[in-house]
Structures are given as structure tokens and as C-alpha cells.
Design a protein around this ligand. Structure first.
Ligand SMILES: [Zn+2]
Ligand SMILES: [Zn+2]
Length: 258
């Protein structure tokens, strides 16, 4: 196997973004290698990374269903070692946001709740700084933001899974279809199981009926159509939406206006 400077450029691009959108990865590989055999290139990079205990994993965003290539350590550790650049106060905020996402039962937490944490936790963090910090976490794909709610981001799911398993064992759920740990998905009113939105979409495509894969109870159309619109969004629209929701300076200027 030849590990070329083109492989290195792909790896650097993934490392730079933390989580690279599949479409951008495909574009890059096609430009550098003249083909779109992304699985082959990722395998070749992973062989090179193996002795360094690093890996590139593919992970779907639980909210949009979009696929990302995430650069991660194969030796899973505690939160702090993944965010050496952040202060103790910021890590405390993040830990509490994670905790609420996992234990709330719906897989997300409102941005207002996050900002109110600053006063209730008695941590040295202003709301403005907390807002900036959360924006940074969304930008780097540790969290996902949609309509003023924070969800688990692809990087957290890949890199902190062991931490979540150790910390929240009883609160973790698995997807009825892919059996992977799931933080947000479509919940069945009848049997209480949860399914990834993107897994349910594939399942429905094959069967035609929108029903729970576990008990075959119909799943409400309203919830599903809301999610499927977003999973079809392209990444630029998603980024725009993310910026609209979380860009701190825009939020502040809006507040001044009204
Ligand atoms: Zn699934
Ligand atoms: Zn069910």
C-alpha cells in the first residue's frame, strides 16, 4: 500500500475540520485521486493511523442524517483530555449539557436552559462567553444545533462513547434497527423503543409503511415529515441554519433590535 501525500492531505483536511462532511470528503478524494472510491482511501489512511491509536470513523448525524468522517482516538478517555483548550468552567457547562441530553428522555436540551445553567451552576462563566463556547462546540461538531435546541454532535458520539457508557449506563438507549447507542431518534408511543431518524427512513423506503420496526405500531406522520425535511437538506443550508440559530453576534444584535 502506498501512503502518498494525497492521503496525507485527506487526513489533514479531516483533522482540521474534526468531522468532515461526506460530500466534501468525496469531492476532495475525487480531485486528488481521480476516483470516488472513498472506502479504499479511508482504509489506507486507517492502516497508517493504527499504530498511533487513531482512526477515521463514519458517523451519521442523529438530527440531519448526514454522514461525517470523524477523526478519533481508539483509546477512549474522559472528556477533559479531548478539550485541553477549554477552561474548567466551560468543561463543567459541557458536562452538564451532555448529562441533560442523555437523561432528559428526548435527546436534546434548549439553548435557554444551557445559558441559565451559568447562574445555577455557580461557575465563573458569563452568558455571553457560554453562548460563544456553545457556538464553538457546534462549529466543531461536538454538538448539533437546530431550532434553538442542542443535540449530541457526531464527534461526541464517536469520541466520547466510552465515557457515556461508563457514566450513563442505565440512561443509554439503542436504535431498534442498527443497535448502536442512540441519543436522539424517533420514539414509538406504543412500545417506547427509539430508532434513528436516518435508520427509520431507510427502513420505510424498503417497506413503504411508516411504522415502528419493533412493534409495527404506526409512527405519527407529523414527527417524521419534520425530520425528513431536514435529512434532505444539503450541508450549506444546514450550516446557514446553524449560523442563524447559534451565531452569538447575530443573536445579540437581534436582541438589541427587539
Ligand atoms: Zn440506527
Ligand atoms: Zn413500537
Amino acid at each position: 500500500m502506498v501512503y502518498s501525500k494525497e492521503h496525507k492531505m485527506v487526513l489533514q483536511s479531516i483533522m482540521h475540520e474534526g468531522a468532515l462532511h461526506e460530500n466534501r470528503g468525496k469531492e476532495l478524494i475525487s480531485k486528488l485521486f481521480g476516483h470516488e472510491n472513498t472506502a479504499k482511501i479511508i482504509n489506507e489512511i486507517n492502516l497508517k493511523l493504527q499504530p498511533l491509536y487513531m482512526i477515521i470513523k463514519c458517523m451519521n448525524c442523529e438530527v440531519t442524517g448526514q454522514l461525517y468522517w470523524v477523526w478519533a482516538s481508539t483509546v477512549q478517555d474522559k472528556i477533559a483530555s479531548f478539550h485541553p483548550e477549554f477552561s474548567q468552567a466551560e468543561l463543567t457547562l459541557l458536562r452538564n449539557v451532555y448529562s441533560e441530553i442523555v437523561t432528559s428522555g428526548n435527546g436534546y436540551v434548549s439553548s435557554t436552559w444551557c445559558l441559565n445553567l451559568c447562574s445555577t451552576l455557580n461557575i465563573k462563566l458569563t452568558k455571553a462567553r457560554a453562548e460563544e463556547f456553545l457556538y464553538e462546540m457546534v462549529n466543531k461538531k461536538w454538538l448539533t444545533c437546530k431550532n434553538g435546541k442542542y443535540y449530541m454532535g457526531v464527534r461526541s458520539i464517536v469520541e466520547l462513547l466510552q465515557y457515556f457508557k461508563d457514566t450513563y449506563q442505565e440512561n443509554l438507549h439503542s436504535c431498534t434497527l442498527c443497535k448502536q447507542v442512540l441519543f436522539y431518534g424517533e420514539k414509538c408511543d406504543q412500545c417506547n423503543t427509539t430508532t434513528h431518524v436516518h435508520c427509520l427512513k431507510n427502513y420505510t423506503m424498503n417497506r413503504g409503511d411508516l411504522e415502528c420496526p419493533n412493534c409495527h405500531h404506526p409512527i405519527s406522520q407529523h414527527n417524521h415529515s419534520d425530520n425528513s425535511i431536514n435529512s434532505e437538506m444539503d450541508v450549506d443550508e444546514m450550516d446557514t441554519e446553524m449560523n442563524e440559530v447559534t451565531q452569538p453576534s447575530q443573536r445579540r444584535s437581534k436582541r438589541k433590535r427587539y
